[in-house]
Design a protein. Structure first.
Length: 184
């Protein structure tokens, strides 16, 4: 196991992070990231999926990362995986956390622990087609527990900056179009 003195700050490759910050802030050119996933319906309300291709410069195969989604029994599922809304909460928390770690690392802040609990509520009637009932989750709460070499005020500013800079949080909070295409 690596000695704590030789480990990169927060386990982040500073050379790669530095290159990303340089590219992001140089010349105004987009730093385009392409992502994809694959999903297959299995049975009942269960689906299984995997990563697809990730690309910044060269494509990276991500199909070895898999997941399963299902609904809990009270919603007619088999409870064999996280519900899709739970996956949305987890994806949001994971992205905000990764962004927080990047920002903290860039500022030289050592993180010893970051735990995030997420929560939302929704009215299932919307998903069941009841007219006038909104479909999907309401407000999302991210509750952070952080041990770091920064004071409370700095950590609060970092968590808000991470939410503001998180692509997944942005997709949840701003209008994002979804185009459904049928490939028969």
């Amino acid at each position: 196991m690596a000695d704590i003195e030789t480990r990169p700050l927060n386990g982040v490759d500073m050379e790669v992070l530095g290159e990303l910050f340089t590219r992001a802030h140089a010349g105004g050119e987009p730093l385009t990231v392409e992502l994809s996933t694959r999903l297959r319906w299995r049975d009942g309300l269960a689906t299984e999926g995997s990563g697809g291709t990730f690309r910044i410069d060269d494509p990276v195969d991500r199909t070895h990362h898999t997941f399963r989604s299902d609904l809990p029994v009270p919603l007619a599922g088999s409870d064999t995986g996280l519900a899709p809304t739970e996956m949305l909460l987890a994806a949001t928390a994971a992205c905000v956390t990764a962004t927080l770690v990047e920002l903290a690392t860039a500022e030289g802040i050592r993180l010893d622990r970051v735990d995030v609990a997420t929560a939302t509520t929704l009215d299932a009637r919307g998903a069941l087609g009841v007219e006038g009932v909104p479909v999907g989750p309401g407000d999302i709460t991210l509750r952070f527990d952080i041990d770091a070499d920064a004071d409370q005020e700095r950590l609060q500013a970092l968590t808000q900056a991470a939410v503001d800079a998180s692509p997944t949080a942005s997709a949840v909070t701003r209008p994002t179009s979804i185009r459904a295409e049928l490939n028969r």
